[in-house]
Design a protein around this ligand. Structure first.
Ligand code: FUB
Length: 301
């Protein structure tokens, strides 16, 4: 299934932010953005159901890609809760995912509980494919983790992969073995992340590691960020990157594309702020000389 999401009219738009929200034929949240070797930018979000039925009914993942930040392709559903061998009887609960690429294989990481009390039974599943937007098959889940949501995998310049997950706090992080499905050594609670709630995402720029995360602000979580000289911290919180949007949660990722950095996040842009009908958006981010990030000008809160 390949759908062209933007019509000719949107080609007239000059700044990329004009295509917000990215997707308008379904509700999407928790965008994880990556640029893969074909030069396209891919976004891996989770899916909100319509009419809104809460986070319990989030049941699958689509992938979207672009090469101009204006026209987005929906590659269709890559994974459904029916494909997950643990917890199959309950469905739903396919929450914020991430994807990583190593040695010819794409690794898709997703949370899914194995028992009736999802809070106590979260597993971080792994599905693999040779294609970034189709053919994913579940390989199992990562053993030995604290039951938490919101996986993020960051691969450093030396090829070492790190897994982060968190929700509730703290964020735990550690090295992944070369097979990308087992932990090497211990997962460590990450220090210095002020008021962290969930949703860690790590990226690197100019030898500085950044970890962005939602805080616990009442009425709407704000996206915060922290910096470190090391991928496993300790971190120094630097404040708010994105103010609250029109929905309670926030969750996002940062990526550089064609020389510009962007923050991907979700808001209630399409639904008018309905809590469980979120939509993924993006806006440019700008760095100061010392590596700190200016607060994002939110185009579709
Ligand atoms: O989308 C379901 C959950 O809400 C995510 O896992 C959290 O990060 C929050 O966005």
């Amino acid at each position: 299934l390949v759908l062209l999401l933007a019509g000719v009219g949107s080609l007239m738009a000059d700044p990329p932010r004009r295509s917000n929200p990215i997707v308008s034929h379904m509700f999407t949240a928790d965008p994880s953005a990556h640029v893969w070797k074909d030069g396209r930018l891919y976004v891996y979000p989770s899916t909100d159901t319509s009419p809104p039925a809460g986070y319990a009914t989030m049941d699958g993942y689509h992938v979207f890609s672009t090469d101009d930040l204006i026209t987005w392709v929906d590659h269709g559903e890559i994974l459904h809760s029916d494909d997950v061998p643990w917890g199959r009887e309950r469905g739903g609960y396919m929450w914020a995912p991430d994807c990583a690429y190593k040695d010819g294989t794409y690794y898709f990481y997703f949370p899914h509980p194995s028992g009736n009390d999802h809070r106590k039974t979260w597993k971080i599943g792994v599905a693999t494919s040779q294609d970034p937007a189709s053919g994913f098959e579940v390989q199992g889940y990562i053993e030995g983790l604290t039951p938490q949501i919101d996986p993020c995998v960051f691969i450093d310049d030396d090829g070492q992969a790190y897994l982060y997950h968190g929700g509730p706090a703290p964020v735990y992080a550690g090295k992944l073995k070369d097979n990308m499905m087992e932990i090497e050594g211990a997962m460590l609670a990450q220090e210095g992340l002020h008021d962290l709630r969930e949703g860690p995402y790590v990226f690197k720029r100019n030898a500085i590691y950044y970890l962005i995360y939602p805080d616990n602000s009442s009425g709407g979580h704000r996206m915060n960020y922290a910096m470190s000289e090391h991928p496993l911290g300790p971190w120094e919180s630097k404040g708010v990157l994105l103010d609250k949007t029109s929905v309670l949660t926030t969750h996002g990722s940062c990526v550089e594309y064609k020389g510009q950095w962007y923050l991907f996040y979700h808001s209630g842009a399409l639904s008018g702020g309905i809590e469980h009908n979120r939509s993924i958006c993006f806006d440019p981010i700008y760095f100061n000389e010392d590596g700190t990030i200016r607060k994002v000008e939110q185009s579709r809160g």
